[in-house]
Design a protein around this ligand. Structure first.
Ligand code: PLP
Length: 433
């Protein structure tokens, strides 16, 4: 049995290149992070060899005594990391990732074509919250369920709760989804709870982006108000790639969420759990209870604020004017450029971030903004000082993009030609003769 370098040098070389790319660039994608060596050790372990369909104590395969021990430990740590009472909340740690976790919730509590409301994708929501365009039902969620997204109040960049309330009263959704992929502020959970109660809907929070911040109590706690909370495990939480679903143990709207959700995960939509991921997740969730983790999350938020502050100083327009969490959304449209070009130029400068639509955008392919996140570089020890410097680097990239766009559009050369063709230009006559 050989190690990777010997067994497959080709794959080893690609991994080495990717590792170098990760460590030689400023990683500012808000949904990414660097997980720990301990988590990676668990993920790269023999746990990947085992089949264990079912739940601890109720498996469809033999040989699961240690896998049961691991999954129970992971569940306990998940509840502890989010400060939950085991009598009131349960968790399923088997979802393969964030999108499957969300679809499993929908499968558990909805019938096909039931109505849902999530934040619209161009306003910061996630595909799996029901995204569709006037022409196409893009996400599986909008194919199998009737989706009526809610949106931001574009003038202030915050969720338009009044409009959500009005629309929900008419649309009567069975599920309202809080949570986003590009929203720099907390959700108003008490308000969303009130709206959900008024129309008899379940309230779910997809805290994928902010789960690390929630565990460290540096943002509002969705568990106080929601019936179901889903998350990915690889973003601010800094674990392996995976997903979790937390559910209230008492029935909600007559539904036993525990059995409905567990059955939707398996056998509803998945087969054998990825035990290596569950092992890595257990490691991450223990760390998530430590004082170091809390300090890290506080730093994530302070760094993001420092970044936002400097960008505002430099004259940038931020959606909602700033940030309460780990990301800022910069609206580049006042500068006459788009996020796609800036992403490309910054990529060439080893600064990795992503183009992002901002409220009012016409095109999702050439969106008017960029999203910048602080979790990954905070893991690498950056503080406010370095994040202020990052804002300056980004500014430089934006200036270059503006210059390059002017040059590429030909407008500079056109101006120049106008000048050389003018009667004031001494060579004109000679050339035309
Ligand atoms: N939910 C939110 C809010 C997300 O931002 C994402 C991913 O970016 C997901 C769900 C989906 O997670 P995954 O990519 O693991 O399916």
């Amino acid at each position: 049995d050989h190690g990777l370098s010997e067994a497959d040098p080709e794959v080893r070389a690609i991994i080495n290149k990717e590792k170098e790319r990760q460590f030689k660039s400023l990683e500012l994608i808000a949904s990414e992070n660097f997980t720990s060596r301990a988590v990676m050790e668990a993920v790269g372990s023999c746990l990947t060899n085992k089949y264990s369909e079912g739940l601890p104590g109720k498996r469809y395969y033999g040989g699961n005594e240690y896998i049961d021990e691991l999954e129970i430990l992971c569940q306990k740590r998940a509840l502890a990391a989010f400060h939950l009472d085991e009598n009131k909340w349960g968790v399923n740690v088997q979802p393969l990732s964030g999108s499957p976790a969300n679809f499993e919730v929908y499968t558990a509590i909805l019938n096909p074509h039931d109505r849902i409301m999530g934040l619209d994708l161009p306003h910061g929501g996630h595909l799996s919250h029901g995204f569709m365009t006037p022409k196409r039902r893009v996400s599986g969620t909008s194919i199998y369920f009737e989706s009526m997204p809610y949106r931001l109040d574009e003038s202030i960049g915050l969720v338009d709760y009044d409009m959500l309330e009005k629309t929900a009263t008419l649309f009567r959704p069975k599920l309202i989804i809080c949570g986003a992929s590009a929203y720099p502020r907390d959700f108003d959970y008490p308000r969303m709870r009130k709206i959900a109660d008024a129309v008899g809907a379940f309230l779910m929070m997809d805290m994928a982006h902010i789960s690390g911040l929630v565990a460290a109590s540096v943002v509002a706690d969705p568990f106080e108000y929601c019936d179901i909370v889903t998350t990915t495990t690889h973003k601010s939480l800094r674990g392996p790639r995976g997903g979790m679903i937390f559910f209230k143990k008492d029935p909600v709207l007559g539904v036993d969420l525990e059995s409905a959700i567990n059955n939707a995960v398996f056998p509803g939509l998945q087969g054998g759990p990825h035990n290596h991921t569950i092992g890595g997740l257990a490691v991450c969730l223990q760390h998530a209870q430590s004082p170091e983790f809390k300090a890290y999350q506080n730093q994530v938020v302070s760094n993001c604020r420092a970044l936002a502050r400097r960008l505002v100083e430099l004259g940038y327009t931020l959606v909602s004017g700033g940030s309460d969490n780990h990301l800022v959304l910069v609206d580049l449209r006042p500068l006459g450029i788009d996020g796609a070009r800036v992403e490309k130029i910054l990529d060439m400068a080893s600064i990795t971030l992503n183009k992002n639509s901002v409220p009012g955008d016409k095109s999702a392919l050439v969106p008017g903004g960029i999203r910048i996140g602080s979790p990954a570089m905070t893991t690498r020890g950056f503080t406010e000082k370095e994040f202020t410097a990052i804002a300056d680097f980004i500014h430089e990239g934006v200036q270059i993009t503006i210059e390059a766009k002017g040059l590429a559009s030909g407008s500079k050369v056109q101006e120049f030609l106008k000048f050389v063709s003018s009667p004031d230009f001494p060579l004109t006559d000679k050339v035309s003769n």
